[in-house]
Design a protein around this ligand. Structure first.
Ligand code: MF3
Ligand code: CO
Ligand code: CO
Length: 317
């Protein structure tokens, strides 16, 4: 269960934030970094040209689809479309990563991604998804995920997850990576590289006949060995013409039933923390912040189960 604590941004601007939100003390050495304690200014919604095909949720302000039912087996044509959207998401993510330098605002990275996605005749999936106001997610330091791009400038030593999802020819491709800004302290670099490696190894163990829950079992063990915690509140998901659908991929020990089969496409997206695993969601309804102020890193790929193993769809080459 996740405890929810709502912060009031206005109140926080006018008074010391700590009188409203007291981070718990993280156990152990969580390193040296700037803690995010409030959100910044979010720019107006960016427009999407008429000729770009939009997902249904763009028009209806409805919570998108549910996660019931069994995982879809994609046809060869669907798989081909998923390859294209995956590749586009990965290319744009890589380019966004190059902007992750001191002084750049996350709003500038959002503007860049939005432009590139539209140029490719695709739609930025997060925009208006359950009311999300921007085209990508940017999550810095102690923000676990779903950070909303704003006017904060990246600082030397930040780690920032950029999560890019595109909707191209009717299919979504979803990936994210954590980038290091300038000189990141040793604990921060360790966290980022350990999380990257965790995702890579999780993908390697997938293939036809493997239970979905093997992923979480591996990640839990990996965290134990590396002194990390997996943030339980967020899961990987099936993906296709829908942004989120079955199966559910838990990133910790679980007994979720079901086996991977050729033609299934889903994401794996562990968030690993140097501190505890509990988060709160800020008043903006999205920003997931760690309760103890510790940093986390996240990496995500959309993968396809093949006859012999896996194919990473969100590869940029
Ligand atoms: N890309 C995120 C994921 O990995 C989802 C973001 S939902 C949004 O599932 F609305 F914040 F975009
Ligand atoms: Co995802
Ligand atoms: Co994502």
């Amino acid at each position: 269960m996740t405890r929810l604590i709502f912060l009031n941004r206005i109140l926080m601007q006018n008074a010391p934030a700590r009188s409203f939100f007291q981070f718990g003390k993280a156990k152990g050495d969580t390193g040296k970094y700037e803690q995010i304690i409030s959100t910044g200014l979010v720019s107006p919604e960016r427009s999407v040209p008429d000729d770009i095909k939009k997902p249904k949720y763009y028009f209806e302000n409805l919570p998108p689809g549910n996660t019931l039912g069994s995982p879809e087996i994609k046809t060869p044509d669907q798989i081909e479309a998923m390859r294209k959207s995956g590749k586009l998401a990965a290319q744009i993510l890589r380019e966004c990563g190059k902007l992750a330098t001191v002084g750049t605002t996350t709003d500038e990275i959002d503007a860049f991604a939005h432009e590139k996605i539209i140029e490719a005749k695709a739609y930025p999936s997060p925009l208006r998804y359950a009311g999300f106001p921007k085209s990508i997610c940017t999550s810095i330091n102690n923000i676990a995920c779903h950070g909303i791009p704003d006017d904060r400038q990246l600082a030397n030593g930040d780690i920032i997850n950029i999560d890019v999802t595109v909707f191209l020819n009717g299919y979504h491709g979803d990936c994210s990576e954590t980038f290091q800004v300038g000189d990141v302290d040793e604990r921060g670099s360790f966290l980022v590289e350990a999380t990257r490696s965790c995702l890579e190894q999780s993908i390697t163990l997938c293939g036809p006949g493997v239970e979905f829950n093997e992923i979480g079992k591996f990640i839990e063990n990996y965290c134990d060995k590396n002194g990390l915690e997996s943030i339980a509140a967020f899961i990987g998901h099936g993906i296709g013409s829908y942004f989120h659908g079955p199966p559910e991929i838990y990133h910790y020990y679980n007994e979720y039933p079901g086996e991977m089969q050729p033609g299934m496409t889903f994401t794996i997206e562990p968030i690993l923390s140097l501190g505890g695993s509990e988060i709160a969601v800020l008043e903006d309804g999205w920003t997931a912040i760690s309760l103890d102020g510790a940093r986390s890193a996240q990496f995500e790929h959309t993968i396809l189960i093949t006859e012999t193993g896996t194919e990473i769809l969100t590869k940029d080459n």
